[in-house]
Design a protein. Structure first.
Length: 292
């Protein structure tokens, strides 16, 4: 059986270097993916990974288990991402999709033998559109979506990482989900009737404005997102289900949100470049030797 994070932390705190190496190796790919999605640049993501793992090695003795190891690691990584963003505030507003720049992206684009060429092309287009839509979110919305729907943290864990209330996290999350779903709708192949009630302004302010609102329909996408987070009462939930049963347009919107969130969850886990892994190990080795 795999050694638990808690056990590895306990051993690492006593100076067990092997346990520390295993712990950092276990989490490095998720930290790297978080850095890629937040910084939108592979070189910055490499820096984020190295700085995060070295900071974790330096402070592991102070970790008391008040939060999960993943929450602790994302909190460290986020602080370095913020520093990177501040130094890069004059970067171009339009960013190239990571699928076009990330080392190893070509390997992920090899045709799936279980798909037809058309299906493989459509899959790559959707993956690239998702990456672009997430990248165009304002950072405060991108963070909650990436942590919650890509990395799989709970809303309370995301709140801890970001230093926000759970309510604030969920408010940002719903708006981010609406924006990303709207960007993907044309590629999802799910029939989309004219939008119902006009939704809140999308945080990225990029998707086209919906047309032909039907005032008899609720803002079903945001309502469904709130349902997924357990925010609506049983009575409201029953009313929503009743409405969906008789409204194919709203049902298609909920289906497209579910598909969008499934795509977020299935985001590829990048391999950490060998040179980066070697650099991190060397830095940690030097630190351990100086403090042993």
């Amino acid at each position: 059986m795999e050694t638990s994070d808690a056990t590895l932390i306990d051993r690492a705190r006593t100076g067990d270097r092997r346990a520390l190496d295993e712990l950092l190796t276990r989490h490095q790919r998720r930290v790297y993916r978080f850095g890629l999605k937040m910084c939108r640049d592979p070189e910055d993501a490499k820096d984020i990974l190295q700085e995060t793992l070295l900071a974790a090695a330096r402070t592991v003795k102070d970790f008391r288990g008040a939060s999960s190891v993943s929450t602790w690691m994302y909190t460290i990584a986020r602080s370095f991402c913020i520093k990177k963003r501040r130094r890069s505030k004059f970067a171009p507003a339009e960013e190239t999709s990571l699928d076009q720049r990330e080392p190893g992206a070509e390997a992920r684009q090899v045709a799936d033998p279980g798909r037809t060429p058309d299906e493989s092309l459509a899959g790559r287009q959707i993956e690239q559109a998702l990456e672009t839509a997430i990248g165009r979110l304002d950072p405060m919305y991108r963070e909650v979506l990436v942590l919650r729907d890509v990395e799989g943290l709970s809303a309370p864990e995301v709140a801890e990482v970001m230093g926000l209330s759970v309510e604030a996290v969920k408010s940002r999350l719903h708006r981010a989900r609406v924006a990303v779903r709207e960007a993907l709708v044309p590629l999802l192949g799910i029939p989309e009737a004219p939008a119902a009630a006009a939704p809140e302004a999308a945080p990225a302010a990029r998707p086209a404005a919906p047309s032909g609102p039907d005032v008899t329909c609720p803002d079903i996408v945001q309502l469904f997102s709130r349902h997924l987070e357990g925010e609506i009462s049983a009575n409201v939930c029953a009313d929503m289900e009743k409405h969906l049963a008789g409204c194919p347009a709203c049902q298609s919107r909920c289906d497209s949100l579910q598909r969008t969130l499934a795509l977020c969850k299935a985001a590829p886990m990048p391999e950490v470049p060998a040179k980066v892994q070697a650099s991190v190990r060397q830095a940690i080795k030097k630190f351990v030797e100086l403090h042993s």
